[in-house]
Design a protein around this ligand. Structure first.
Ligand SMILES: NC(=O)c1ccc[n+]([C@@H]2O[C@H](COP(=O)([O-])OP(=O)(O)OC[C@H]3O[C@@H](n4cnc5c(N)ncnc54)[C@H](O)[C@@H]3O)[C@@H](O)[C@H]2O)c1
Length: 397
């Protein structure tokens, strides 16, 4: 397989990927930093894919390490190697690549330490909580001899693989003019140290959660945003929540509009006080409309369901097609997307080009998210030129 990912429909991608699994005894040796909810999902998925070996892990929190050890042992009957410090992890010459899954506010320092090793890095989204840190990280990544992959894994959900196949590869919609994306979901989950309840630690809700969606919107439009306007705030969630004497300040709903320099208009809706998860991408071009949607649940007994509809004359998905990945992939994490971002990481380690997010693309999603967060705070539209000048950053070319 010579992967790019959007070049094939999700069903074929799933079939090829399942055939390409390994037994975890060969392949590059991976070290993971941060073994909370997402780090443990990465550990499980790396084992399911079996194309890398787990060299060791590092976390500051004993309970996270204990859970990860138990999970690893249950799947491999082997003990999980634990480094006593980040330095010890960096000094292990047997490591071939790193994966960072620590809270957002810790990304830049850990990334900069690991970058000194000149080894490939997978970095969870959002890349940082400060735009200047993030731009510096892009510059470092572009100067390094190897690659950095950003964890914008929603690109690999089945409905979006098929959406980008239709939009970018088939060019089924013609010229794209409007994009509308929405997410309805329950409130943020518990985290170690509750970092996701505070803007300073997470970057704000539109950064922490919605950088995924701004990445998808940027990909669908493929132009430069010139104006961002957001309305929203705190209506229901964590209104009285306190942790270590600090009061939660995160938003739980927003409407965001984005104007791009080619005239394309985009809209994003966030609501975080729904019972179940539902997300939808609607893209309309001069030839027709595409709708990609997913229903899922935090309740493990409820299976997720992904669908795509391409209302363009003679398109095979005109009346809608269910595209949900096979259950073994789907349940492995985030509706199967984590599995495919691992496959993309392995493919990059093997020298293939993939459709995973680059640091520049991760930065673009962060920039739109930060502008939206700024607009929420001021109540005013944000002109991107002025915002970038004020933040001393530039839109990557
Ligand atoms: N791609 C996705 O869809 C997705 C989903 C969830 C979370 N994430 C991202 O993954 C990251 C982790 O989120 P999470 O949900 O696992 O959080 P979490 O709080 O469950 O886990 C974070 C872990 O990092 C550890 N940690 C904190 N500081 C550390 C440090 N300096 N060195 C080593 N370990 C440290 C904590 O002890 C904890 O075990 C965040 O950036 C988050 O945005 C991405």
């Amino acid at each position: 397989m010579k992967p790019r990912f959007f070049s094939v429909p999700s069903k074929q991608l799933a079939n090829d990927a399942w055939q390409a699994r390994g037994d975890g005894r060969q392949g590059p040796r991976l070290a993971i930093v941060g073994l909370g909810m997402m780090g443990q999902e990465h550990l499980r998925v790396a084992l399911l894919l079996g194309r890398v070996r787990i060299q060791g892990v590092y976390d500051q929190h004993p309970a996270s390490l204990e859970q990860a050890q138990r999970g690893y042992y249950a799947l491999t009957q082997n003990p999980l190697a634990i480094y006593p410090s980040l330095d010890a992890l960096c000094l292990d010459e047997n490591v071939d690549a790193y994966l960072i899954a620590t809270p957002n506010f810790t990304h830049s320092a850990i990334f900069e330490r690991l970058m000194k090793t000149d080894k490939p890095i997978f970095l969870e989204k959002p890349m940082a909580t400060s735009l200047t840190d993030a731009q510096r990280m892009v510059t470092m990544a572009e100067a390094c001899p190897t690659f950095v992959q950003l964890g914008m894994q929603y690109r690999f959900k089945a409905q979006y693989v098929d959406a980008f196949h239709a939009i970018r590869v088939e060019q089924a919609l013609g010229t794209v003019h409007t994009v509308a994306m929405s997410e309805y979901r329950p409130p943020f989950l518990n985290k170690v140290g509750e970092w996701n309840k505070f803007n300073d630690y997470s970057g704000g809700t539109l950064v922490e959660k919605c950088c995924h969606y701004f990445d998808l919107i940027n990909l669908a439009v493929d132009a430069v945003p010139v104006k961002v306007y957001a309305q929203g705030g705190r209506a229901v969630n964590f209104l009285d929540f306190e942790h270590e004497g600090m009061r939660s300040d995160i938003d739980d709903h927003a409407f965001v509009t984005i104007t791009y320099d080619n005239g394309t208009l985009a809209h994003f809706t966030l609501n975080m006080f729904a019972q179940e998860l539902y997300e939808e991408l609607v893209v309309t071009g001069d030839k027709g409309r595409l709708v990609a949607s997913e229903s899922s649940s935090f309740r493990p007994e409820v299976e997720s369901s992904a669908r795509i509809q391409v209302e363009v004359a003679a398109h095979p998905s005109y009346y809608g097609t269910l595209v949900t990945y096979p259950s073994a992939i789907e349940v492995s994490g985030h509706s199967g997307a984590t599995f495919f971002e691992h496959l993309a990481f392995v493919a990059q380690l093997e020298g293939h080009r993939v459709d995973a997010a680059t640091p520049a693309q991760g930065f673009k999603s962060l920039l739109v998210a930060s502008a939206a967060q700024h607009s929420l705070a001021t109540g005013l539209p944000v002109l991107m030129d002025e915002f970038c000048a004020q933040e001393r950053v530039t839109w990557p070319t």
